[in-house]
Design a protein around this ligand. Structure first.
Ligand SMILES: Cc1ncc(COP(=O)(O)O)c(C=O)c1O
Length: 401
C-alpha cells in the first residue's frame, strides 16, 4: 500500500527489496525535499546574512528539533549531526571515552554487536589499558542474568549495547540494562541503528546516556547520522573534530568553542542530508511509528511461519514474540548464502548474504560463516515474502537435483 510512495518500485516494477537493515528505500517526498534545497535555496548555513542562507539554516535547525521530538529528547541541544551510526559511536569513544574511561576500568559490550559498536571500544581499550568484556549470547538472546551479575560485580564505566541485533532481530531489554548500569555508576550507549527506524525509541523513558542511529536506514538519505547525548554529559564533553563552525572566538594560540551541539559539528555539515532526513521523519510521522512497527511485526510473523515450513531451512533468532524485530537470518542446508542471494537476484529479489558485520556472533556463537538475511520496512508486503519463499524453494529444488 505504501510502495507507490517509493519511486524505486516504479522504476523497478519487479523488484522485491528485502534489505532494509542495510539501507532503506526513500520515499518521493525525501527525494523532492533534497532536490528543492539544491534547486531553490542551496547555500551554507549559520553564516549567511541573506534570505536563502537563513532558509537553509532554518531547515537544518528545524530537523534537529524534529529529531529531538521523534526520540523524546528533553532538548534539541542534545542532538548532534554526524555521518552515520558508526561516526556517532566513534565520537563518544574518542571524546567522552578517552577522557572518562581510565586504565583498569571496564567497558561492557555484547557478542551480538555490529563491528561499529566493537572496534571503537577495542581501539580505546588498546590505547588506555581498559578491560573490554562481552555479555554472552545464549539461545539467540543476551544472557541477562549473567550480564546483571557481571555489571553488579565489575561496575563497568560504560555498557555499549545494540537495541536490535542486525543479524538475529532480537530486541534487547535496554531499559532494564540502563537501570542496572546506572545503579552501578556506569553509563549506557544504545546503538539504535536497527531500532529507531522501526519502533518507538524514547530516550527519556529508556534513560539512555547516548543513542546513535543513521538516517539512511530510516527512509532518509545516506551521509546523515544522529548522536543523542544527555545534556548534563554533553556539557562536559570536549570536541571531536575542530575547525570552522564550532567556535566562539579564535586567537593565535587559543580558541573558545561554541556551545553544544555546535561544538561537535565542525565544518560544513550535510545540509541536504538533514533536509532529507526531516522529510523522512515527516513521512514516518504521517504513517505513525506504531503502525510501522505493527506492519513489520505482522510481516515477521508471516515470514517466520512460511519459512518454518521448509525442512532444509534453519531460522536463526527467537521465535515470533515481542522481542523479535523484522530481521530474519536463515541458513539453508548445503547451499551457501552467497549462492542463494545470487540466484534470488536473478528473480529480482534483493537480500543480504554474509556475516553482516557480526564476526563474533557468527564465528563464536552461531558457528556459521554467513547467513542469508531478509529485513523489512513499511513498503514491504506479504507478496514480497511469498515471492522470496517461492524462489527459495525453487533454488533448493534446482540445486539438490
Ligand atoms: C546494529 C548496527 N549498528 C551499526 C551499524 C552501522 O551503521 P552505519 O553503517 O550507518 O554507520 C549498523 C549497520 O548495518 C547496524 O546494523
Amino acid at each position: 500500500m505504501y510502495k507507490s510512495d517509493f519511486p524505486i518500485f516504479k522504476n523497478n516494477p519487479n523488484l522485491v527489496y528485502l534489505d532494509s537493515a542495510a539501507t532503506s528505500q526513500k520515499p518521493q517526498s525525501v527525494i523532492d525535499a533534497i532536490k528543492d534545497y539544491y534547486e531553490n535555496y542551496n547555500s551554507n548555513i549559520h553564516r549567511g546574512i541573506y534570505k536563502i542562507s537563513e532558509q537553509a539554516t532554518d531547515a537544518y535547525e528545524k530537523t534537529r528539533k524534529k529529531i529531538a521530538k521523534f526520540i523524546n529528547a528533553k532538548s534539541e541541544k542534545e542532538i548532534i549531526f554526524t555521518r552515520n551510526t558508526t561516526e556517532s559511536i566513534n565520537l563518544i569513544a574518542k571524546t567522552w571515552g578517552k577522557e572518562n574511561v581510565k586504565a583498569e576500568d571496564k567497558i561492557l559490550i555484547s557478542e551480538m554487536e555490529h563491528h561499529s559498536n566493537i572496534l571503537p571500544w577495542q581501539q580505546l581499550s588498546g590505547e588506555q589499558n581498559i578491560c573490554l568484556r562481552y555479555i554472552n549470547v545464549r539461545d539467540h538472546k543476551l544472557d541477562i542474568q549473567r550480564a546483571e551479575a557481571e555489571i553488579n560485580e565489575t561496575k563497568p564505566a560504560l555498557l555499549a549495547i545494540t537495541h536490535v541485533s542486525n543479524s538475529l532481530g532480537t530486541i534487547n531489554p535496554v531499559k532494564k540494562l540502563a537501570e542496572i548500569a546506572h545503579k552501578n555508576g556506569g553509563m549506557i550507549l544504545i546503538d539504535g541503528a536497527q531500532s529507531v527506524p522501526h519502533m518507538q525509541v524514547d530516550v527519556q523513558s529508556l534513560d539512555a546516556d547516548f543513542l546513535a542511529f543513521s538516517g539512511h536506514k530510516m527512509l532518509g538519505p545516506t551521509g546523515i547520522g544522529v548522536l543523542y547525548v544527555k545534556e548534563e554529559i554533553l556539557k562536559k564533553m570536549n570536541p571531536f573534530l575542530t575547525g570552522g563552525g564550532m567556535i566562539k572566538s579564535v586567537s593565535r594560540f587559543e580558541t573558545e568553542f561554541a556551545d553544544h551541539p555546535y561544538k561537535f559539528e565542525a565544518g560544513t555539515p550535510d545540509i541536504a542530508g538533514t533536509i532529507g532526513l526531516s522529510a523522512a521523519i515527516d513521512y514516518m510521522n504521517t504513517i505513525g511509528i506504531e503502525r510501522i512497527e505493527t506492519h513489520e511485526r505482522n510481516l515477521t510473523k508471516y515470514a517466520l511461519k512460511k519459512l518454518s515450513g521448509l525442512s532444509e531451512v534453519t531460522i536463526l533468532g527467537l521465535p515470533f514474540s515481542e522481542d523479535r524485530a523484522g530481521v530474519i537470518s536463515i541458513v539453508v542446508d548445503e547451499i551457501h548464502p552467497h549462492d542463494i542471494a545470487q540466484l534470488l537476484d536473478e528473480n529480482n529479489i534483493a537480500v543480504r548474504a554474509g556475516h553482516h558485520c557480526n564476526h563474533i556472533l557468527m564465528k563464536d556463537v552461531l558457528k556459521v560463516t554467513a547467513t542469508t538475511r531478509i529485513s523489512f520496512h513499511i513498503y514491504n508486503d506479504e507478496n514480497d515474502i511469498d515471492r522470496f519463499v517461492e524462489s527459495l524453494k525453487s533454488i533448493m529444488t534446482k540445486i539438490k537435483r
